[in-house]
Write a new protein. Structure first.
Lengths: 196, 359
């Protein structure tokens, strides 16, 4: 059983990703989740909140700030360690690949923390997939606009209907081994040149 | 014509990434049959972890980080080795404009002897203690770093206890200038170009350079997993030669303008070319509005500064003991020494000499 009483602190400047992770942890039953977005005086903030687990995205240069918490010193009363189970190389690698680091109060047993790290890794991956899909959708939308414009040009210049204009572009793309959007861009460029 | 071997190498945007940039851009790596893929990273922790899990074959690494991971004092504690160093020096200690005003009241002179400046800082701190003001905060870049140890040694030289009379925190270089502006820190020890950037902004004054605190100071190394080095001796030798040949090139002062131009590119350090060139030439503007002064040996990218000396590993281990980052044991000391491999560097260079003799 995961220990849902643990206090989890998320350090992530990406608002969307932080929300996705926060939601994931709440769904898994963790009630005590804090998201930190302000990177000023990060160490002070963390020390004040006294979290049991800190999750930080690897694009964040503030990761090194957390490293000093791994030192037993007067700065930190509760030393932390990166990841829990150093022998679990698979988990460490998955986390780093997903782009997240986990710092855990030293002495917490690994079973208590594993569920948190697993949830974090899967949410980070989900976010990354989402980002890729979003980029692709944006690209497709942009391409469709270009193709529509090129179709309009062909219809006007060649006095053909929409379907014929589309088929003409498609055949050209296939014979020239180009993408449809590339052919469309060439048409728009060419028209611009001929007009000016 | 053999196929080039791809090698992923992580680095942080700092002046002392110079030899890796030169090895790649000036073709020294290609001559050794390597295609370097330089990956700019955002933290030392990322560098360490991505070397540990094998995303990077090698990386621009803090010398003490290699020792810490190898003796089990670090985080993942995957044994690392340094077969070649990436130059000497390059760090400086900067204090905020406000702290500098207080130090001047206590007799500090711009460009003066670092110990006397630290002593002036000590007088400022003791006066503040008398009126129960909090100790000043100084930043450095990583717990296991020359920056941490040089900052501590400088404070000690002024009679300051770095733990009791100052607060030492870790901050990443890109955030240091802002932290100085907001008063979050009173000073820091960092590699160039960050000191000069604070000076140019009128926010800080350089109080000392690393080579004044530690003569000919060791700094970054090329770090890699010990296991990788064992399994790929040819690649390691080729990497060592790439770096040493880059250093032979960078050691000629006539090549420094070109090196500064390369480093200034956004994908590498992304700082003003003039600032980088000054640092490469050992000239630093200590305060805004003043002419740059010469600090010979401030940063050495020459071939002589690429030896990962056992004396350096020994020194880092001593620093960790002294500042209670580790407990003493003879086993740890031998592990520390085993992580620096001047023998691998010598072997790589000897192999090429033999090859050249035969050819």
């Amino acid at each position: 059983m995961p220990d849902t009483a643990l206090r989890v602190l998320i350090v992530d400047q990406n608002v969307v990703r932080a929300s996705i992770l926060e939601e994931g942890l709440r769904e898994a039953g963790y009630r005590d989740v804090i998201v930190v977005r302000d990177m000023q005086n990060l160490l002070r903030r963390i020390l004040d909140e006294e979290p049991d687990v800190i999750l930080i995205d690897l694009e964040n240069p503030n990761r090194d700030v957390l490293e000093q918490m791994c030192q037993v010193s007067r700065v930190v009363s509760r030393p932390v360690a990166m990841f829990v189970d150093k022998t679990d190389a698979g988990m460490i690698e998955s986390a780093i690949e997903a782009g997240v680091g986990a710092y855990v109060v030293d002495g917490l047993r690994k079973e208590r923390v594993k569920a948190i790290v697993d949830t974090t890794i899967s949410r980070f991956r989900a976010f990354s997939r989402l980002r890729t899909e979003l980029d692709e959708t944006r690209q497709q939308l942009a391409d469709r606009k270009v193709i529509d414009r090129a179709k309009g040009i062909l219809m006007r210049e060649r006095q053909i209907d929409e379907e014929q204009a589309y088929q003409l572009m498609r055949r050209t793309a296939m014979s020239e081994n180009l993408r449809l959007s590339e052919v469309a861009r060439s048409i728009i460029t060419a028209q611009g040149l001929l007009r000016s | 014509m053999s196929v080039e071997t791809e090698i992923a190498v992580g680095f942080l945007p700092l002046l002392d990434s110079a030899l890796l940039v030169a090895a790649h851009e000036k073709g020294f790596a290609r001559q050794q049959g390597l295609a370097l893929r330089l990956h700019r990273e955002t933290s030392w922790a990322n560098i360490r972890d991505r070397v540990a899990v094998g995303h990077f074959e090698a990386a621009h690494m803090l010398g003490p980080m290699v020792v810490a991971e190898s003796i089990g004092a670090g985080q993942l504690n995957v044994p690392l080795v340094a077969p070649v160093a990436l130059g000497h020096g390059g760090n400086a200690i900067t204090v905020s404009a406000a702290m500098w005003r207080d130090m001047r009241h206590e007799g500090a002179d711009l460009g003066g002897n670092p110990a006397s400046l630290a002593a002036a800082l000590g007088r400022v701190i003791r006066k503040r203690e008398q009126v129960r003001l909090a100790p000043p905060t100084f930043a450095m870049v990583f717990p296991f770093s020359c920056h941490n140890y040089q900052l501590r040694d400088w404070l000690v030289s002024g009679g300051i206890d770095p733990d009791a009379q100052a607060r030492l925190v870790v901050l990443p270089p890109p955030l240091l200038v802002d932290a100085l502006r907001s008063g979050q820190v009173d000073g820091f020890c960092v590699g160039e170009p960050w000191n000069s950037i604070a000076v140019e902004a009128g926010l800080g004054v350089i109080a000392a350079v690393a080579s004044e605190v530690w003569p000919d100071p060791p700094e970054k190394v090329l770090g890699m997993r010990a296991e990788y080095a064992r399994q790929n001796p040819q690649q390691v030798a080729a990497l060592v030669r790439s770096v040493v040949h880059a250093a032979e090139w960078a050691g000629q002062s006539g090549n420094l303008p070109e090196l500064a131009q390369l480093l200034a590119e956004p994908r590498y350090v992304g700082a003003p070319e003039a600032v980088l060139l000054r640092a490469l030439q050992g000239r630093l503007r200590l305060a805004r509005g003043h002419e740059p002064v010469s600090r010979p040996g401030f940063f050495r990218p020459d071939a002589g500064a690429t030896v990962p000396e056992l004396a350096h590993a020994h020194r880092f281990h001593e620093c960790m003991l002294r500042w209670q980052q580790i407990q003493g044991s003879t086993d740890l000391e031998s592990l520390a020494l085993a992580s620096f491999r001047p023998d691998l560097r010598s072997a790589a260079l000897a192999a090429v000499t033999k090859h050249e003799r035969q050819g």
